[in-house]
Design a protein around this ligand. Structure first.
Ligand code: HPA
Length: 270
């Protein structure tokens, strides 16, 4: 496994001159951030040894290198989900590769449904903590000692210093940024009313089908990570409307401008 990560990183290093400082993972419907970049190079996942290829249509499946507001970045445009049938090691493989490429922090975004009635559609939520309801953890199996310890600490999984910067940047540019707990749910079927009630009782504010595996792996490698959720639908168990993927994409597109601004402005503070 470690050898595969090294091989993928070596391949990218040979193809790309850019030394990326920040890694960014773009969630469903949130790919437009790359339009704000000065792109230097792109590589399709299918060209990188040992990478898997995203099956979700809204995802493009490319690593994009360049600068965002003056900072050198590598952007994963398209991520992998457990519901696609990949295992946890495959989903998190790119994060490990980006770490080997030398990034100093990782920013993650995702689309989510909100169980917290105070959050509105198209609003942003800074993830302060998470609950892993996926039936697996990416660190199960022999520990890769070259990357990190057997029992990584998760007392502050989202970097307090980056979170502070995200909050002050949001305030500076008048972007509403709530804060809360993200629950990862396996999908691809959406949650039932009873499951939303359960998630609420468990202490979650929002629910989605990604992010947590990548964040666990980043913590394992002591790679500082922060994540912002885009609320795409309201999940009120007592008044639940059928969810349409078009609505998710519509709200993601609306919120995407705010997210791009937030990430882009953050670059000058990292
Ligand atoms: N659950 C509910 N709503 C959502 C999700 C989810 O996993 N992802 C995006 N909207």
């Amino acid at each position: 496994m470690y050898q595969h990560i090294v091989e993928a990183a070596d391949f990218i290093r040979k193809s790309i001159k850019t030394q990326a400082q920040t890694g960014i993972i773009l969630g469903t419907g949130l790919g437009k951030l790359v339009d704000q970049m000065q792109i230097e190079a792109e590589i399709s996942y299918s060209d990188i040894p040992h990478f898997v290829v995203s099956t979700v249509e809204a995802h493009k499946g490319r690593l994009v290198f360049g600068t965002l507001n003056g900072r050198s970045v590598v952007v994963m445009n398209g991520r992998f989900h457990f519901y696609e049938g990949y295992n946890m090691q495959q989903i998190t493989f790119p994060v490990r590769v980006m770490k080997l490429l030398g990034i100093s922090e990782l920013l993650v975004s995702n689309a989510c449904g909100t169980i917290n009635p105070a959050f509105k559609a198209s609003s942003l939520m800074l993830i302060d903590d998470h609950i892993n309801f996926l039936p697996m953890n990416p660190l199960v199996g022999p520990n890769i000692a070259e990357l990190g310890p057997r029992f990584p600490d998760m007392s502050r999984p989202y970097d307090p210093s980056i979170n502070q910067k995200l909050k002050s940047t949001a305030a500076e540019f008048d972007i509403e940024l709530n804060e809360g707990v993200y629950a990862a749910w396996i999908g691809p079927s959406l949650e039932t009313r009873a499951e939303y009630r359960f998630l609420k009782m468990a202490g979650a504010d929002v629910v989605g089908m990604s992010t947590v595996p990548e964040v666990i792996v980043a913590n394992h490698m002591q790679l500082p990570v922060a994540a912002v959720s885009v609320v795409t639908d309201l999940c009120d168990p007592d008044n639940l409307k059928p969810l349409k993927i078009e609505d998710v994409l519509h709200h993601a597109a609306k919120a995407e401008k705010k997210l791009s601004r937030l990430f882009s402005e953050l670059m000058t503070h990292l």
